[in-house]
Design a protein around this ligand. Structure first.
Ligand SMILES: Cc1cc2nc3c(=O)[nH]c(=O)nc-3n(C[C@H](O)[C@H](O)[C@H](O)COP(=O)(O)OP(=O)(O)OC[C@H]3O[C@@H](n4cnc5c(N)ncnc54)[C@H](O)[C@@H]3O)c2cc1C
Ligand code: FES
Length: 259
């Protein structure tokens, strides 16, 4: 489905991140993404940070380059092109889940965690950001999570340093049956290692360039996989089997560049 929607709500989450809420009927599952665009601008993939049709679906956009900056400056009432949802989704059946989110990675994990919680799962959250006012969805997670562990690179909130430094303590303190992660790939690599050391199954949501989003163009190739249809959620074994995980991705022209 390809259509336009009107932005009905704009929520400034952090200095670099906004959530745009809109009415969009197609059924979506937590972990899936949509392709969105402004007239005359590039399309970008965005995870749905709110998946339910009521009250409104939403995406949460962090400024990275020109296109995300345009989305970040939108006001209520603007019309945006949208197609999807695409991709696979998180399996919501584990009963004790640890989320490990870095920066805007919380956008895809929040709706999945809410859905798992509604099914009866216990959810704990390790939330990392560069600095205190960039912590995303702290209050949203606090509404249902067993515990929310915070870290900031500059030490302005929570433990100083990377969110992965919290993992040995958290993973030793209680038994989890799944770790879900999204954020910078180097963070996911470390999180995967920590999960493996504690024997906990890992699932990570991956970002790659996308053009068609329907397995036609190869832009999102990740080893033998296509992130648009076989991902964006991959299990730890699959991620570990691809040499590029945490090291290389492709830029808009298809060149392999450092991740
Ligand atoms: C399945 C999927 C889901 C996504 N969900 C979200 C989401 O929920 N929220 C969100 O803000 N973004 C999300 N993204 C990323 C988003 O699609 C764009 O890549 C991002 O907004 C930057 O686009 P741009 O054109 O503004 O910047 P570009 O011009 O493409 O990039 C500007 C600079 O930022 C770097 N860069 C681009 N993207 C990233 C990145 N993801 N991480 C680190 N550096 C990067 C580039 O290498 C470049 O140096 C998702 C991507 C995928 C594939
Ligand atoms: S984006 Fe075209 S194949 Fe995945």
């Amino acid at each position: 489905m390809r259509t336009t929607v009107t932005i009905e709500e704009v929520v400034r989450e952090t200095p670099s991140t906004v959530t745009l809420r809109f009415r969009y009927a197609p059924t979506a599952l937590p972990g899936q993404f949509v392709m969105i665009w402004l007239p005359g601008d590039d399309e970008v993939p965005m995870s749905l940070s709110y998946v339910e049709p009521e009250p409104l679906k939403g995406v949460t956009v962090k400024v990275m380059g020109a296109t995300s900056r345009h989305f970040n400056q939108l006001e209520k009432g603007v019309r945006v092109g949208i197609r999807g949802p695409y991709g696979n989704h998180f399996d919501l059946t584990p009963s004790n889940i640890l989320l490990v989110a870095g920066g805007s990675g919380a956008a895809v994990l929040a709706p999945a965690a809410e859905a798992a919680h509604r099914r009866g799962s216990k959810v704990s959250v390790a939330l990392g950001a560069t600095t205190a006012n960039e912590i995303l969805f702290r209050d949203r997670f606090a509404r249902f999570a067993e515990e929310v562990f915070l870290s900031t690179d500059d030490g302005t909130e929570g433990r100083k340093g990377f969110v992965t430094n919290l993992l040995p303590e958290i993973l030793s303190s209680r038994k989890f049956d799944a770790v879900w992660s999204c954020g910078p790939e180097v963070m996911m690599v470390k999180t995967l290692r920590a999960s493996e050391e504690h024997g906990v199954p890992f699932f990570g949501s991956l970002e790659r360039q996308m053009k068609c989003a329907i397995n036609l163009c190869d832009a999102c190739a990740f080893g033998p996989y296509h992130v648009c249809t076989e991902g964006p959620v991959f299990d730890g074994k699959t991620l570990a089997s691809v040499e590029d995980f945490g090291t290389f991705k492709r830029d808009a022209s298809g060149q392999r560049v450092r991740a």
